[in-house]
Design a protein around this ligand. Sequence first.
Ligand code: SAM
Ligand code: SF4
Length: 338
Amino acid sequence: MAPQPAAPVLVDGHGRRVGDLRLSVTDRCGLRCHYCMPPEGLTWLPRAELLTYEELARLARLCVTRWGFDGIRITGGEPTDRAGVWRLVELLAPLGVDLAMTTNGTRLEALAPRLRDAGLHRVNVSLDTLRRDRFRELCGRDALPQVLAGIDAAVAAGLSPVKVNAVIVRGRNDDELVALAAFARDRGLALRLIEFMPLDAAGRWVPTAVVSAGEMLERIHRVFPLARPPAEALSGGHDEPAARVPYADGRGEVGVIPSVTAPFCDRCDRIRITADGKVRTCLFALEETDLRGPMRAGASDDDLAGRIAAAVAGKGPGHRIGRVDFVRPARSMSQIGG
Ligand code: SAM
Ligand code: SF4
């Protein structure tokens, strides 16, 4: 039998295959996490500037059918704060790829069954503290009970594996590393500890606020021994943004995302589309490619694909945090789509 031609894939200028799409559905959010948004919020995009669910789904379909993208994550801002977000899930589910959402969990208790029925596979829920007073202080709203109920609802709905994302910031919540690990172990949740990145709109990031992934693992290892020593776990390289380490007692695993101290850039396979329809090839990119304007002017799929491919061809080799020539992007994490 004649060999089948290889399916076309999207490859950037550094030889990395791109196959993971982050779709931001809104820049708005009801929380004010200290590492993301200032207390007064940001200037929200006018509604007319947001891509419609049909427009978002068209771009996602293009990436999947043309280049075989295998994962889509819906994010924001807070994706569950956009009305009827399950309708987007319904549009994306037939694409048959891994379909996930990152959420702050505040609306999950009510939405989890609806999202699952619409075709969502799994969720990552952000949770940086288990103390109600501290949640209010770090996230700007008294919403810890809702988030905990949201996590339970996601588990009950089978949106698994339910992952818990915690951004650890020195002096703010690093004293809860072990408590967060215990919380996740007790509930069979996958914990993802994230290094604080210079993407906060309030400009609070300083290098000394970063707790390195190595330090996080060391501190957990002292209480809940890991199957591999932290240094070894981080030195071996990892095939995804998180370095995952099982606990020695077999009760789950912890993952760390060392975006600052040991970034995943050389294996990065992501692109992002912002809520207003711009392609960003890196969280720290300084350039964006507009798709909304051409799309609303009647661009064909071939035209849009050409624009995405050109943006990907120009994807940089990696971020430059810590170097003298590092320039912070103008948009914060909530405006890009984390
Ligand atoms: N609102 C949703 C949430 O919080 O999960 C989704 C959007 S949020 C921007 C996506 C992820 O980015 C969250 O896990 C959040 O903790 C993380 N994040 C936001 N700002 C960050 C920063 N400066 N450094 C590291 N992670 C950050
Ligand atoms: Fe909202 Fe998520 Fe940013 Fe927190 S991290 S302010 S929940 S967008």
